[in-house]
Ligand binder design. Structure first.
Ligand SMILES: [Zn+2]
Ligand SMILES: [Zn+2]
Length: 188
């Protein structure tokens, strides 16, 4: 049996150090091994010329179809502007109780809002989005506790108001769901 782990798949130019720091944050929150891989898919296939953004639904399917072990959670990391049809933009999205998520730092950059570049803040925001989306893949729903990482965020300010951690209730719920999965795979 494969040990459960998380795979971060980067698309586009990310600094190694930046990715490793994201991986560390994710590993700490989920208590799982986190690996990083680079991917070189042709992004033009996912570009919507009308919206001048990239299709988050298609990208989620693409990441999902990438071969990996059955119990690995995968998150595609992007630098481009993502959308889904019903929303102007998304920071990320995930398959609920699935194995795949996506996240982009495009709308997380201070420069996007006419503010000074801040790499520490960017890292912090991106890690929160990645952890949030992974939370959904484990079956966590949105949380109403203002500081919980599972609280939904529409604006970047919302992300800044959250902690990088799960609240106690979500943490307990996550542990319970992780145990369930282990049992399920053992029984298989
Ligand atoms: Zn969410
Ligand atoms: Zn919570």
């Amino acid at each position: 049996m494969n040990k459960q782990s998380i795979l971060l798949i980067s698309h586009g130019l990310f600094e190694k150090d930046f990715l490793e720091k994201i991986a560390t944050e994710v590993a700490r929150e989920f208590l799982l091994a986190v690996n990083i891989e680079e991917s070189h898919i042709d992004m033009s296939e996912f570009y919507d010329p009308n919206r001048r953004q990239y299709d988050g639904n298609k990208l989620l399917i693409e990441i999902d179809s990438m071969p990996s072990s059955e119990i690995v959670k995968k998150v595609g990391l992007f630098r481009v502007d993502l959308f889904i049809p019903i929303l102007t933009y998304i920071f990320g999205q995930a398959a609920f109780k699935g194995s795949t998520g996506i996240a982009s730092l495009y709308r997380l950059r201070n420069e996007q809002y006419g503010m000074k570049k801040d790499d520490t803040l960017l890292l912090n925001r991106f890690a929160k989005v990645v952890i949030h989306e992974l939370g959904h893949t484990f079956g966590l729903i949105h949380c109403h506790i203002p500081t919980c990482v599972m609280r939904s965020s529409t604006y970047v300010e919302d992300i800044d108001q959250k902690d990088i951690h799960f609240c106690l209730r979500c943490q307990t719920e996550l542990k319970r769901k992780q145990m369930e999965r282990k049992k399920y795979y053992k029984g298989k």
